[in-house]
Design a protein around this ligand. Structure first.
Ligand code: PAF
Length: 286
């Protein structure tokens, strides 16, 4: 595996596989790699002969009171894990390589970004889409792989590719979970042992809603009441949203149907966690 910190050397290195018509896949990450990220590499490898992983903690997608400074960083560990999983190029730029002084253009999302994560984190998705668009232009992959855990991000990346005509196939890979159902996330590292136990309530709530759907419940109000009751049993967990939404528009739905998303966000202490399931579709069918 080659570690590359600058844009031009990466472009030059990728010219070689590209000249042989080798398909190139991009796995964008912010590092602190865990099995969830590495599973994205497997999906990328299944579709491309050359896998590029980016590791960049993107300052643009963090609000002023968010966790940019304390976001976990583990350069050596990430490099070891990426290499062991078969990444060909690890692109690990410094912020000044990505954002030069005088930067004048951002990618601004429309309504799709105003609800849910966008409502809690103003400016977050403009930061995400700006860096993703830059990474797409830098790497020019044939395919890019994102995790289902950040499902609103995945919907917005699909919209980015569609609306700005990037010739890139977007793959959304299923969420990887701990044995107790908790979705893998770099932010789980912030949780104390008791809070880590409390975090189980997020997946418990959305699984209860999914199971009720599987047993025939279609009323969103009933499904949400069920999920709210599950979360309510854990008073230290502060719910931000728990909703059944349309997979394309992310608008709330009055009636649940196959393919609809059940998404949750909650705070436990200083840590904000998100999770989701897709109704009526097996978790590994992505
Ligand atoms: O999902 C993430 O880790 C980030 O939002 C991404 C896509 C790498 C952009 O910084």
């Amino acid at each position: 595996m080659q570690i590359v910190e600058r844009i031009e050397p990466l472009r030059m290195a990728l010219a070689e596989p590209r000249s042989r018509s080798v398909r190139i896949a991009l796995v964008p990450t912010m590092g602190a790699l865990h099995e969830g990220h590495l599973a994205l590499v497997d999906r990328a490898r299944a579709r491309a002969g050359c896998v590029v992983m980016s590791v960049f903690v993107n300052p643009l997608q963090f609000g002023p009171n968010e966790d940019f400074a304390r976001y976990p960083r583990n350069r050596e560990g990430d490099a070891r894990a990426a290499e062991a999983r078969g990444v060909d190029f690890l692109f690990a730029p410094q912020p000044d390589e990505i954002y030069r002084p005088g930067r004048a253009v951002s990618v601004l999302p429309t309504a799709l970004a105003s609800r849910w994560e966008g409502a809690s984190r103003p400016g977050h998705f403009a930061g995400v889409l700006t860096v993703v668009a830059k990474l797409f232009n830098i790497v020019q992959p044939d395919v890019a792989v994102f995790g289902q855990k950040d499902i609103q991000q995945a919907a917005l990346v699909r919209a980015l590719v569609r609306d700005l005509d990037f010739p890139i196939q977007i793959i959304v890979a299923p969420t990887v979970r701990e044995h107790d159902g908790v979705a893998l996330s770099s932010r789980n590292a912030y949780l104390s042992a008791p809070d880590r136990k409390r975090a189980r309530v997020l997946s418990r709530a959305i699984f209860a809603m999914r199971d009720a759907f599987d047993q025939g419940e279609r009323s969103t109000a009933s499904l949400e009441a069920l999920g709210n009751a599950v979360v309510g049993a854990e008073p230290e967990v502060h719910l931000e949203y728990l909703a059944v939404m349309d997979p394309d528009t992310l608008e709330p739905r009055a009636l649940a149907s196959t393919g609809a998303i059940v998404a949750i966000a909650a705070r436990i202490g200083n840590t904000r966690l998100i999770d989701n399931v897709i109704l009526g579709i097996p978790a590994d069918a992505a």
